[in-house]
Design a protein around this ligand. Structure first.
Ligand code: FMN
Length: 285
């Protein structure tokens, strides 16, 4: 029986079933298909300070047991998000967790300042898989020093707002980065973002994606996500939120058994939007 109020940081959630950042857009796109009010939270698509067009070329490609995406952080920008999208999501009765891009340091600090002024924002998730534009393009979350900097600044500027650190699995030792995140003040760890992959178009002989490399999600990555959640849960005290390939109630149960305090559903909502609510129902018994 996990369907009771629980805290992450200062934020109270009615249950531990969240929509993952990205596939559900700003959440409101799924209003007609998912009863958002019934979920613990909706993590919104990552927003950056300014609007972004995202990547050119192919953006989505199915694989045998998953999905490759190269969306490239397309988003409406902080101003439009806070003025238009967030109020709509709140009107739909959802509990938003706002996903923030961790891009250039200056833009990031401005994004934090704007976010800190939003009275309705209770929790954010830092997307630490964003490319580190100042130092060569590797994800921010691959470098412990940078990770510490991004999380410390968020805690400092956002005050009472709960801060989740969403880690990239494309590193050698994710547990040590989870410990760095906890020490920097993160209130929870979200794991995992997509795994790096690619595909080839056999007709052209070239890569399917303009950026060559794309992010793999869906059932194919679930064993990796489960292992990562288990590893992180051994070394931190803060809640771990498991995400990666969950496509059934049983999958979610495995994440809870591995030590997750909550789960997020991403790719599966493209073909089974009823899944998050079924997971909530499964927790009643
Ligand atoms: C189309 C698509 C867009 C995504 N966009 C974001 C995003 O904006 N921010 C983010 O932190 N993660 C993003 N993700 C990653 C998901 O939140 C999640 O971490 C990952 O897909 C693994 O979970 P899943 O297998 O349940 O989808 C995206 C994933 C997909 C498939």
């Amino acid at each position: 029986m996990r369907n009771k109020n629980f805290y992450i940081g200062n934020t109270i959630f009615k249950n531990p079933v969240f929509l993952a950042s990205g596939p559900a857009g700003y959440g409101i796109e799924y209003r007609g298909l998912i009863n958002l009010e019934k979920l613990g939270a909706v993590v919104t698509k990552t927003i950056s300070l300014m609007p972004k067009e995202g990547n050119p070329g192919t953006r989505l490609q199915e694989t045998e047991a998953g999905l490759l995406n190269s969306v490239g952080l397309e988003n409406v920008g902080a101003r439009c998000f806070f003025e238009d999208k967030l109020p709509e999501l709140l009107n739909a009765g959802a509990k938003p967790v706002v996903s923030l891009a961790c891009e250039g340091k200056e833009e990031y600090l401005s994004l934090l300042e704007i976010t800190s002024k939003q009275k309705k924002v209770e929790a954010v998730e830092l997307n630490l898989s964003c490319p580190n534009v100042e130092e060569g393009g590797m994800a921010v979350g691959t470098d412990p020093k940078l990770l510490r900097w991004y999380i410390t600044k968020a805690k400092l500027i956002l005050g009472n707002i709960t801060v989740l650190a969403k880690l990239t699995p494309n590193v050698e030792n994710i547990s040590s980065l989870a410990v760095v995140s906890e020490r920097a003040g993160a209130d929870g760890i979200t794991a995992i973002n997509t795994l790096l992959g690619m595909d080839i178009n056999l007709e052209s002989g070239g890569p399917v994606f303009d950026r060559v490399v794309a992010g793999l999600s869906g059932p194919a990555i679930m064993p990796v996500a489960l292992r990562v959640v288990w590893e992180i849960a051994q070394v931190v005290r803060i809640p771990v939120i498991g995400v990666g390939g969950i496509s059934s109630v049983e999958d979610s149960a495995k994440f809870f058994a591995a030590g997750a305090a909550a789960v997020q559903i991403g790719t599966a909502i493209f073909y089974d939007p009823g899944l998050p609510e079924r997971i909530v129902d499964s927790l009643e018994v």
